[in-house]
Design a binder for this molecule. Structure first.
Ligand SMILES: [Zn+2]
Length: 404
């Protein structure tokens, strides 16, 4: 094996030498992707504010395995691969749930002065972990939203089709999205983290600076590191390495980095967030547009909507990459006859996500409407019945922290 790898490396170096001597060699463009609102709606109110298929770490490993195709494949190589489960066609509903950023510091979030400002829209770390455990026990498996549809050419026209899902027997698909992971500086001190970071080993972590100056780096208080760890421990909770879709706005940047045009440090913030975006994509995460200014799509004028969509493309898509997924702020969906809807189609969005109390999927040929269900303080208290197919909310809600 080792010798083969060395041989493969030599073959590659030789090929690279030949390749570099050819004219027109270009580096690969950086890939990228993207992805709302809730019952009780988003915490991000006033303001202003794509997805390609990610190459997962697994894909990359596979590519590397496949590259030295010119060399002899190693005998018995398959023996070391984990047993692949039997895949069967899935024909039921696809549940799509979403969360907001987690209540990372309950002692702050429920302190005097803050008074549970995140209580309605967010879940605690404990609740998020309980959700994962229950969803896993109930045989859900994370799937990439981009694997649920495909664009095909029919009579010279591009048509969006539902894609047949082939899943391990007994598993039910679950799409997960996380809204508004922006960490608005105005909400500092409410009990969220400040930003997502990568540690020296390239692992996801969070950084927070408390009001007393104390700096905290944690691997255990936000969706990204917690879900990464859960999938590592329960690989069969994720199909092909899928994680979640990050539905991001733009007006104060993303993931705690001020990459919006009005930011003083825009360029250095872009440089700082790029490796995180790339790592997320490598690890099965992707992005969606959640509008630039988190505005209510139906209520604003066409011109404002067009301006908002353009700003997202210029300032955010340019960093996270193109996406086919549009997540309506506040879940306020547009009618397909609305000129604003046509604009979204012109921008290449194929899946528009609203908020409902159960799964809903409608294919219009040019695009798909997909409903999402919010998991937050409001729904945990009030939507027991609607959430029943996913989990029993009484096993989730963290009354010890919330009080009531
Ligand atoms: Zn939102």
């Amino acid at each position: 094996m080792f010798i083969l790898k060395i041989k493969a490396t030599i073959v590659w170096l030789l090929m690279l030498a030949v390749f570099l001597s050819l004219p027109g060699c270009s580096t690969l463009a950086m890939p990228s992707d993207s992805e709302t609102a809730t019952t009780s709606e988003d915490i991000i109110g006033e303001d202003e504010s794509g997805s390609e298929k990610e190459q997962t770490a697994q894909d990359i490993e596979q590519d590397e395995e496949e590259r030295p195709a010119e060399t002899q494949p190693e005998e018995g190589q398959m023996e070391h691969e984990p047993e692949q489960p039997k895949l069967v066609e899935y024909n039921g509903d696809i549940y799509h749930i979403f969360f907001h950023c987690l209540i990372a510091f309950p002692e702050i979030a429920y302190s005097q002065g803050v008074n549970g400002a995140l209580d309605t829209d967010c879940v605690t770390v404990t609740e998020f972990k309980r959700c994962l455990e229950e969803l896993y026990k109930n045989n859900y498996i994370l799937v990439d939203i981009n694997s649920t549809f495909e664009v095909v050419e029919e009579n010279g026209k591009k048509v969006v089709k539902d894609k047949k899902l082939m899943l391990p027997e007994g598993k039910k698909p679950l799409v997960m999205s996380i809204d508004d992971m922006v960490y608005d500086p105005k909400k500092r001190g409410w009990g969220m983290v400040d930003k997502i970071i990568l540690d020296e080993q390239g692992n996801f972590a969070t950084y927070t600076k408390h009001k007393n100056g104390e700096e905290i780096i944690s691997y255990d208080n936000e969706v990204i590191p917690v879900l990464e760890k859960f999938v590592k421990e329960h690989p069969d909770f994720s199909f092909n390495g899928a994680k979640a879709t990050l539905a991001v706005t733009g007006w104060v940047g993303i993931l705690g980095y001020r990459i919006n045009r009005l930011s003083e440090n825009r360029q250095s913030e872009i440089e700082a967030v790029k490796p995180i975006v790339e790592k997320l994509k490598e690890r099965g995460w992707n992005f969606a547009s959640h509008g630039y200014g988190h505005r209510r799509s139906r209520d604003i004028s066409y011109n404002l909507f067009a301006d908002d969509t353009k700003k997202w493309r210029n300032e955010i898509e340019s960093v996270v990459g193109p996406t086919s997924i549009y997540v309506y702020p506040y879940g306020q969906k547009l009618s397909v006859d609305d000129p604003k809807y046509k604009l979204l189609l012109d921008y290449g969005f194929k899946v528009m996500c609203g908020v409902e109390t159960g799964p809903k999927w409608k294919n219009y040929g040019h695009s798909i409407y997909m409903a999402r269900q919010g998991i937050d303080g409001f729904s945990l208290r009030n939507y027991k019945k609607y959430l029943e197919p996913l989990f029993d909310v009484t096993k989730i809600i963290d009354l010890e922290t919330r009080g009531t």
